[in-house]
Design a binder for this molecule. Sequence first.
Ligand SMILES: *Cc1c(COP(=O)(O)O)cnc(C)c1O
Length: 411
Amino acid sequence: MPTPRLAAGAHGRDIPPTAGLPLRWSDLLPGGPADLETSLAAWLGVDALQLECSGTSSLVVSLLTLARRSSRKTVVLPAYTCPLVALAVHHCGLRLKLCDLAPGHFDLDPDALEAACDGDTLAIVVTHLAGRVADTDAALRCAARCGAAVIEDAAQALGARRNGRSVGLDGDIGFFSLAAGKGLSIYEGGLLLARDPALRDELRATSARTVGRRPGWEARRSLELLAYALLYGPRGMRLAYGNPQRAALRAGDPVRAAGDDFPLDIPIHRVGRWRRGVGARAARRLPAFLDDARARARRRLERLQGLPGVRVMQDTAGGDGVWPFFMLLLPDAQSRRLALDRLWGAGLGVGPLFVHTLPDYDYLRPIVADAPVPHARDFAARTLSITNSRWLDDERFEVICASLAASLPSP
Ligand SMILES: *Cc1c(COP(=O)(O)O)cnc(C)c1O
């Protein structure tokens, strides 16, 4: 008998699963500033950022650029990450090779990485998952040895730093996502950065050559952004997010419930003037917003870490990440199952992060070959995310903590 779920969407509310920056009506007026990339670059302390229509398309532009420089064909990916990353590699006609995670961690396993890299490795993707700063050292070492590039997937980590500078600069290329719910959002968008000016020029050239204006897509994204601005909050999220999620859970479709079911076709187009202006206005509030989220996370970390056997994932040494949500590792798969039975779909911003490792999604089977990735599978079965949205008040946070405590094995 599964434990009964908490009253779903109690009080007619659904707390967003991540701390996204809410938009204001004044952001939406036409004629916003045209400096989205330059103002964010100045804030991050990087030379330049390149705007694309999603994190995924930023990765596509990166891979196409690297593939033009080299005859290598293989991209090494963490076995547990966003399915869109695999779709981007496939879109570029490249081979993907999965690398297992380190035991009980989201970092790549250094030995598995060493074994995965060879003379055909074009790039290694390292992921700053959940805003946490990943250890890029093993990937940099491997890449230097085998002549590959390192791409930092910082889709969930805009604003994260390591040793005082933005993530994305250790590797050759980094990218951020501006998708709905990922910190700053223009509903869908992505930002590319690269340390080397020559590579930056090549990334721009690839984009100019391969990315066209597609007015239909931009119109659709503009409407979606408008709806997002209107609905992003506990009440609107019940309608737009919580109710469809509960329907998917009732239908026994966790992949859909988690939003992991992406179309195989990746839309690639230019971002229009209006959405850039909306993003540029909202971006002015981002530094203070992230500070606020960081302070809230610091307060709550202690409580979460006090749960016996629970590990809250932290930044690698020298890292100062962002806190869209907490990524927890529970002691075993059974307690994670019990915790999700109680909390997923309850409107409290708790869920499984990604449901599966990449080889375990049925719909990705044609693209992702099965691979022995035991640590990634173990991580996927034991991890859980808790929102760090400001709409999660102390009382509801305590409900989450008590439900987790009740799901843990008795000592
Ligand atoms: C969301 C995400 C992406 C893709 O970014 P989009 O902007 O949604 O295309 C890539 N990697 C990770 C880890 C993500 O969470």
